[in-house]
Design a binder for this molecule. Sequence first.
Ligand code: URA
Length: 438
Amino acid sequence: MRAVEIIEKKRDKQELTQAEINFFVEGFCHGEIPDYQASAWAMAVLLNGMTPHETTNLTLAMANSGDQLDLSEVVPIAVDKHSTGGVGDKTTLVVAPVVAACGLAVGKMSGRGLGFSGGTLDKMESIPGYRTDLSTQEFMHQLAEIGIVLTGQTADLAPADGKLYALRDVTGTVPSMPLIASSVMSKKIAAGAQAIVLDVKLGNGAFMQTEQEARKLARRMVHIATLADRKAVALLSDMNQPLGQAVGNALEVKEAIQTLHGRGPQDFHEHCLVVSSHMLILGGVVENEEQGRQKAENALETGQAWEMFKRLVAAQGGDLSYVEEPERLPAARLVEDQPAPRTAYISAINARIVGETAVVLGAGREKKGDAIDHGVGIEVLHKVGERVEKGQPLLRIHARDRASLELAQERLLKAYHWSEEAVEALPLFYGVVKPEQT
Ligand code: URA
């Protein structure tokens, strides 16, 4: 078998066999297939798609490219969640401690920023000392000890996805349904979670723009989970504007801390309650969404979720003084408000432009391996449906220098659309996909 023939076959819209997919994934993972061939192949997949059968085979090949954890050795049931990527999506930082505080173990391996969408690891690394490189042994030990882990994918779990993920980030091959489905599900299968809540984002700031595409991705992932004998449910959630207000690493950690204290933005708070309640249902702690919400609210109100967050940070070497006094977290040198250009209702905010602008400010990577600036970012002070007065602060930009601040100002104004007529607020969710619907 030759890599070039497999690339040509996909280029010519043919279905790859399981043997071909295994050959390509193994070859790439072991360095026998170079990045340029893997990039060409990923682009062919993006352009021509994959059948459900190919997607399942790709997922299993990537999950089998390294070790597979069996978490039932350490906890009765571990629940995980995964977002397909969005702007301002700091949900994991809140729901993981909320759910763990409700007595359900959360063992989560997260990723870094991908294209215009942020990554949980980059956010958590805003906390000095916080380690995102736990070994498998450390992962298992911490899960058993405190019931919560939030780390990076270890090199020995789904290593093929780790390599491909970094390559896709810089080759324009992220928004592909089969590549996203296999990337997410290979990690989840390898990391051993028995129950998985998938947060499938849709809209202008998501990789899936339409409800139809997002539903298809959700179905495919839930189906793969079922084949792999895992419980899964997918939520279709809105990404037609950033989630919450903060976009940028340390800014998002601060917003997550506020939310853990019950003082977060209303949309983000609500989003976290819904995701937490589905995790609690899948983990068998509650029977329905209402009970899940109540339990999650209670974990927030009693401070148990906040205590759990601190235990997590301390367990992974983070300096607690920074989360106790979040104003000490990395901050940008320049912070300036951007005034609203007119008096009107906000009819749309292009979250993708906001995410891309955060990358321009230094919050994300332009190319593989770039260093990021944890302090920079954007605060979106008003959301779709709100009426603002001309001159009122619309956004707050955190930049490291004047040039990037001015560039951000110019770009961000293009993200806003206006209406003289009243505009409805956007929904947070568009539905739930369960195994019986796949
Ligand atoms: N999250 C992932 O883990 N992989 C993707 O491809 C996109 C989002």
